[in-house]
Design a binder for this molecule. Structure first.
Ligand code: NAP
Length: 180
């Protein structure tokens, strides 16, 4: 991608992020955190962009999608995707720049977030424009079939919140920054 962007992700203690196309946990505090980070803008006339893989798009319940007050972009190599109005498809990471410039318009956007899933995170961390990771650490190990591990050697933790506990699950919010 040609613009700076951040990743936002929730991982368990073994860097698990998903099971059978879903999140392995339901933490309302983390959902709220995700909504705040991805929706807030300094300029009230602008919105943020959320970029996700086709499988993550399909995992969001119909009542919650498109994610409100954010420009939704869905990555898929398929020619035809059945997306509602106001959701933009992109066939490659390189296509996202032109989609932003020509369809969403750069002056209407503030921040860009990659919101998953595993395939998209793995590609996004390799891009030097990926500067920050907002990471929720869930302090338990769940059964998972999707993981996000490749940030460890490229990113360094800069901030960490206090821990929170919900339904016997303890978690905290971290911010990581690219090392180079
Ligand atoms: N814990 C978290 O924070 C978090 C966040 C989000 C998702 N998740 C979890 O992650 C899991 C889903 O991850 P996933 O890896 O299976 O799927 P995904 O990354 O959401 O989507 C994969 C799809 O994206 C498209 N794609 C991948 N690379 C592309 C590229 N370079 N250009 C264009 N399209 C590309 C392909 O779509 P086509 O097949 O249509 O071509 C591919 O099948 C679920 O369990 C979900 O709940 C967890």
């Amino acid at each position: 991608m040609i613009l700076p962007f951040s990743i936002i992700v929730a991982v368990d203690q073994a860097d698990g992020i998903g099971l059978q196309g879903r999140l392995p946990w339901h933490l309302s505090g983390d959902m709220k955190h995700f909504k705040t980070i991805t929706s807030e803008t300094q300029d009230p006339c602008k919105k943020n962009i959320v970029i996700m893989g086709r499988k993550t798009w399909e995992s969001i319940p119909d009542t919650f999608k498109p994610l409100k007050n954010r420009y939704n972009v869905v990555l898929s190599r398929q020619g035809r995707l059945d997306l509602p109005e106001g959701v933009w498809p992109a066939k490659t990471f390189a296509d996202i720049g032109p989609v932003i410039d020509q369809q969403i318009h750069r002056d209407r956007c503030e921040n860009i977030f990659v919101i998953g899933g595993a395939q998209i995170y793995e590609q996004a961390v390799q891009d030097p424009h990926c500067q920050r990771i907002f990471l929720t650490r869930v302090m338990k190990t769940f059964s998972c079939d999707a993981f996000f591990t490749s940030y460890h050697h490229r990113f360094i933790e800069r901030q960490r919140s206090d821990t929170m506990t919900e339904k016997d699950i303890t978690y905290y919010f971290s911010e990581f920054q690219r090392k180079d």
